[in-house]
Design a protein around this ligand. Structure first.
Ligand code: MN
Ligand code: MN
Length: 311
């Protein structure tokens, strides 16, 4: 493997594992206020489990589980198959997940009963549930912005159909992909600013400390900590100690910060606690997602060209 390909593989793994780490860490402080967190944990920075869902240390929630549904589908189908993803969501919901958002439930039920793969636009669908499961889409569509946009929105509209959710999906997708390919923080900041320029409600420079499941507040929280901290651990600790929808802000922050800072920065003490089967599955699926991407295929054909020229 060329160093470039190796680096992208490692960043991809850090992104997907980062999502799971943020989810598991944030589950402890979900729906708490920063003051409540402080009173109970001081600074929450260990994989202790607990929270309103009573998770085990390192246990993940719907954010990671739905991401794994998408990842499994892409690998099993050897490509993008929205019906297969929708069927995967149905099977997941039937398995009585530990948590499920109301917009997600409504979308999956609508697919079950009517077979529709696209919810109608709805002003109440501006939650963060379509963004939180984006990591596998970013990996699989790497190198093709149009494909990213198509797949990100198709999976989003299974449950969430709203301009702000759409814009957030595209922005986070592009940030993860840029980071996978080695973008610096100025490039990531420019992508976040682009979103705030198109939709000023997303402005994040004067952070007010709101971290709800409303996709605008979710991204403001993620961007605030991404751009005011210096490493993966600090970024995630900042995010989850803000409370609110902490597992989901953690998951989204984790997927961007993981891609940006890379595998060596994921704290070992967190990885050790992360649910073993989740970690194993992410480690198995991630390289297969990357190898299905347009970027990987370009690299492969470039190196084949190089090899034939050498002959
Ligand atoms: Mn969750
Ligand atoms: Mn959540």
């Amino acid at each position: 493997m060329s160093p470039a390909v190796e680096d992208v593989h490692r960043r991809a793994l850090a992104s997907f594992l980062g999502l799971a780490l943020g989810d598991a860490l944030g589950a402890t402080t979900e729906f708490m206020s920063p003051l409540e967190i402080k009173a109970k944990h001081g600074i929450h920075q260990r994989m202790t489990g607990g929270g309103w869902l009573g998770v085990k240390p390192g246990q993940v929630t719907d954010d990671t589980e739905m991401s794994l549904v998408i990842a499994r589908s892409i690998v099993e189908q050897q490509g993008w198959n929205l019906t297969s993803i929708a069927d995967g969501f149905v099977a997941w919901m039937r398995g009585k997940p530990i948590d499920i958002g109301s917009t997600v439930r409504k979308g999956i039920r609508t697919y079950m009963h009517q077979g529709t793969l696209e919810m109608p636009p709805n002003e109440w669908d501006a939650g963060n549930g379509a963004v939180m499961r984006l990591a596998p889409v970013c990996l699989f569509t790497l190198g093709d912005d149009e494909l990213l946009a198509r797949c990100a929105l198709q999976q989003a509209w299974l449950t969430h159909h709203h301009a702000l959710s759409d814009a957030a999906c595209l922005c986070v997708g592009r940030m993860v992909q840029a980071a996978l390919l080695g973008a610096d923080r100025f490039e990531l900041h420019a992508l976040a600013r682009e979103l705030a320029d198109s939709y000023p409600t997303f402005r994040f420079n004067q952070y007010k400390g709101m971290a709800s499941g409303y996709v605008v507040e979710t991204l403001q929280t993620v961007f605030h900590y991404l751009f005011t901290t210096a490493n993966f651990e600090e970024c995630l600790i900042g995010i989850v100690n803000q409370g609110g929808d902490a597992d989901t802000t953690g998951a989204i922050g984790g997927m961007i910060a993981g891609a940006f800072y890379g595998l060596d920065q994921l704290p070992k003490r967190w990885l050790k606690k992360l649910d073993r089967s989740v970690r194993n599955e992410i480690e198995t699926l991630t390289p297969q997602l990357v190898e299905g991407s347009p970027w990987f295929q370009q690299q492969a054909s470039l190196s084949a060209d190089g090899a034939s020229q050498n002959n």
